[in-house]
Design a protein around this ligand. Structure first.
Ligand SMILES: Cc1cc2nc3c(=O)[nH]c(=O)nc-3n(C[C@H](O)[C@H](O)[C@H](O)COP(=O)(O)OP(=O)(O)OC[C@H]3O[C@@H](n4cnc5c(N)ncnc54)[C@H](O)[C@@H]3O)c2cc1C
Length: 285
């Protein structure tokens, strides 16, 4: 029988893992409960985070950073218009997750802890330069999103550590675009592309592009991005970045698409995401 624990504070939740090292955290339960029902997980204890009020909500800070509590449902993130500029990439990705019931139940902390490479947040958080705040018995730390998603369903979380928040740096003059290719609406992505673009009098002053669902973790090429900074984001320069990204992927053949197909579609998705984000940054749409 599984012990069900409902701590009221993060400190209490951390203590639960000291007492029950084999316990599993539960945020929305959208994935964990399905896994337990299917017999794929059978933890001796479940530590539910649903009674920890401090983990819910989105809070912009005076310095321009925005904090998204780990227990914030996708529905709330998708509707949060204060996630603007470059931070809008996280709102756009949240809005493309599955369907309303899943967006009501699933949370950002649960999603990124599960770290399904086909999920929508990983590429968006890497493009946002987000930091993931985690707390464990050794205290708290912040992990760059790029370092958080380590491998298939594997994160940088240590045993007993809990995701408590996601922090987004300010990018008020940038704009974002999110591309998700699906077989049927509401499905996980065949490929996803998250782009953040800032323009300054016709020249690119910031560019961040991450590709998801095409390997164990999102792919971003910072050096190749920096080649485009200061330029006009012309079609050739964008195509060079897009083809380097496609080469850097490690896609698999799965029920949704072949690896060849993924490599073929990603360059077009990258070009479209950059063009849309650029148009938004220049106020054209
Ligand atoms: C039908 C269906 C369709 C879906 N489609 C999509 C989609 O299109 N795009 C997409 O991105 N996602 C999709 N998802 C995933 C969904 O969005 C949820 O994000 C996901 O199920 C996990 O979120 P949760 O809050 O329910 O986590 P839970 O189910 O509670 O937990 C998931 C895992 O993370 C661990 N965990 C939970 N919270 C924490 C924490 N704070 N710290 C450490 N570990 C933790 C749990 O132990 C468990 O292993 C889909 C899910 C379903 C069921």
């Amino acid at each position: 029988m599984t012990l069900f624990l409902e701590p009221r504070t993060v400190a209490e939740a951390v203590a639960c893992f000291r007492d029950h090292p084999e316990a599993r955290c539960m945020s929305g339960g959208a994935t964990l409960v399905a896994m337990m029902n299917a017999g794929l997980a059978d933890p001796p204890a479940v530590v539910s985070l649903r009674r920890i009020a401090e983990l819910v909500g989105i809070a912009p800070a005076a310095d321009g950073w925005t904090k998204i509590g780990g227990m914030t449902p996708h529905r709330v993130t998708a509707a949060e218009t204060r996630l603007a500029g470059g931070q809008a990439i996280v709102r756009l990705a949240a809005g493309r997750i599955a369907n309303p019931p899943v967006r009501n139940m699933g949370t950002i902390g649960g999603s990124i802890s599960f770290s399904d490479p086909a999920a929508d947040y990983p590429a968006a958080l890497v493009a946002a330069d987000a930091e993931i705040e985690v707390v464990g018995s050794g205290g708290g730390r912040r992990i760059a999103a790029q370092d958080f998603f380590v491998d298939w369903y594997t994160t940088a979380l240590e045993p007993g550590e809990i995701v408590v928040a996601v922090h987004l740096p300010p990018a008020p003059r940038a704009a974002a675009a999110y591309e998700k290719l699906v077989k049927t609406e509401g499905d996980m992505g065949i490929a996803t592309v998250a782009a953040v673009v800032e323009m300054d009098r016709g020249a690119c002053s910031d560019l961040r592009v991450a590709v998801g669902a095409c390997g164990p973790h999102p792919v971003r090429l910072r050096e190749s991005e920096s080649d485009l900074i200061g330029g006009r984001l012309d079609a050739d320069a964008v195509a060079r970045l897009a083809s380097r990204l496609a080469e850097a992927l490690d896609p698999v053949d799965d029920v949704r698409a072949s690896s060849d197909y993924r490599r073929k579609v990603v360059p077009r998705m990258v070009a479209r995401a950059i063009a849309t984000a650029r148009a938004r940054a220049e106020g054209e749409q």
